[in-house]
Design a protein around this ligand. Structure first.
Ligand code: UD1
Length: 421
């Protein structure tokens, strides 16, 4: 298993390219199941989660070809010959559940393993199920698998989500594109990845309005066609790398970034004393001298502060001047990075969904354990500004969401290397 060794050193400077969004790509890929014609995605990120989705789609009979060093995914679902998403694949990655809606719509049946809990929370699928049942699906749980079928075909309906779940919005939206009649999805998620999915589905000739707002209306059509779609920029990778100069000092331009993707996050950086400006090529972030100021953060659905940047923001707050309170409102167990940061000298108290971080002057390197994807990268961010050497173990989580992290950060001047242990 690989580890990453980081030696804290001075400022980071330069440019860093931001990849296509993992979370967008993981919902755009299953959209191929909706059509017999090819769907091609450009600007795809090169990540192990994308390989897992490729494996899953292939197991269903789809063809997925990886072109241009992984940046282009050419997919065809002409011959789907399996409607069972196996536990062995689904357990590796929760986003596998995004094949449920498209398979039901295209094949009238789907059997999808429940993903089970994960380190950050229990993460049930009840909202996906309720939404698809409102469209006419019959769903039964048997031996850990959701068995879904829709005898009379999917029919449009008005669906009020109890919570704006990203995955449920995506699954329902995809299914509704091929349902008979109109579907109205109230309290829908508004994340940029939802807008990207709707844009792709529209280029496949789906009729969707209101994406990016909490009311999405979908007029079902008989069939969807082929399309080519560029994956939106990864706002979480963007926010993560914006924190690199914020933590270490220096000036870094994140290529492909825009404030519209990370508005509430930029407001917090501004309050912390970090300078962010939009350039012709992306976002330039600078911290020149002095400690950052402590700011409080509450995670919320978009456009609020993203839960997927909470761990990285905590790394910044560890050396801020003053005390910050971070409240996690999306996942019930998403502070596992806190004890690891404490091994590096951070002063953090966790009570339920609230972490109080008392900033210290400097962190110290230590061996630490990556517990999940975003936790892993928060430890790397912290380590780049710490005194001495940090070894981050179990970095396979990192490869799920960050492509070539050592190379990208190394190019900015970070001392970071991957070792096989
Ligand atoms: C997506 C993102 C993930 C991000 C999360 C929240 C992908 C592949 N993953 O995950 O990186 O952290 O959005 O922004 O896009 N819930 C239920 N019942 C359901 C569905 C969700 O109770 O049927 C709960 C979850 O347990 C969680 C909350 O709703 O507490 C948010 O989950 P959701 O928005 O669905 O996240 P994902 O789509 O799984």
């Amino acid at each position: 298993m690989d580890s990453i060794i980081v030696r804290g050193n001075g400022e980071l400077n330069g440019q860093i390219p931001i990849a296509g969004a993992k979370n967008a790509c993981l919902t755009l890929m299953p959209a191929t199941l909706l059509s017999e014609e090819p769907l091609t995605l450009t600007n795809a990120p090169r990540l192990s989660d994308i390989r897992t989705m490729t494996e899953l789609l292939s197991s269903l009979g789809a063809e997925v070809s990886t072109l241009q060093d992984g940046k282009v995914l050419a997919m065809s679902s002409h011959n789907l010959d399996n409607h069972v998403a196996d536990y062995d694949i689904v357990r590796k990655m929760r986003a596998s559940n995004l094949v449920l809606g498209p398979m039901l719509a295209r094949l009238g049946q789907a059997v999808v393993s429940l993903p089970g809990g994960c380190a950050i929370g229990t993460r049930p699928m009840d909202l996906h199920e309720k939404g698809l049942m409102a469209l006419g699906a019959e769903i039964e749980l048997k031996e850990g698998y959701l068995h879904a079928k829709v005898p009379g075909g999917l029919k449009g309906a008005v669906i009020d989500l109890d919570f704006p779940s990203v995955g449920a919005t995506e699954n329902i939206m995809m299914a509704a594109t091929l349902a008979k009649g109109t579907t109205v999805l109230n309290n829908a998620a508004r994340e940029p990845e939802i807008v990207d999915l709707a844009t792709c589905l529209r280029s496949m000739d789906a009729q969707i309005d209101g994406d990016g707002t909490s009311r999405i209306e979908i007029q079902g059509v008989d069939r969807l066609h082929g399309a080519t779609h560029p994956v939106v920029t990864d706002r979480i990778e963007l926010g993560t790398y914006m924190l690199a100069p914020a933590i270490c000092g220096g000036e870094v331009e994140c290529l492909g970034g825009s404030i519209s993707l990370v508005g509430s996050f930029c407001e917090k950086l501004d309050a912390a004393g970090i300078h962010v400006e939009e350039t012709a090529n992306g976002l330039k972030v600078a911290r020149r001298g002095g400690r950052v100021k402590a700011v409080d953060v509450v995670t919320e659905p978009f456009p609020g502060f993203p839960t997927d940047l909470q761990a990285q923001m905590m790394a910044l707050m560890c050396t801020a001047e003053g005390t910050s309170v971070l409240e996690e409102k999306i996942f019930e167990n998403r502070f596992m990075h806190a004890p690891e940061l404490m091994r590096m000298g951070a002063n953090i108290e966790v009570h339920g969904g609230t972490a109080t971080v008392h900033g210290v002057e400097r962190l110290k390197g230590a061996p630490v354990m990556a517990t999940d994807l975003r936790a892993s990268v928060s430890l790397i961010l912290a380590a780049m500004a710490a005194e001495g050497e940090t070894i981050v173990n179990r970095v396979y989580h990192l490869d799920r969401g960050y492509e070539r992290v050592e190379e990208k950060l190394g190019n900015l001047g970070a001392h970071i290397e991957r070792v096989q242990s």
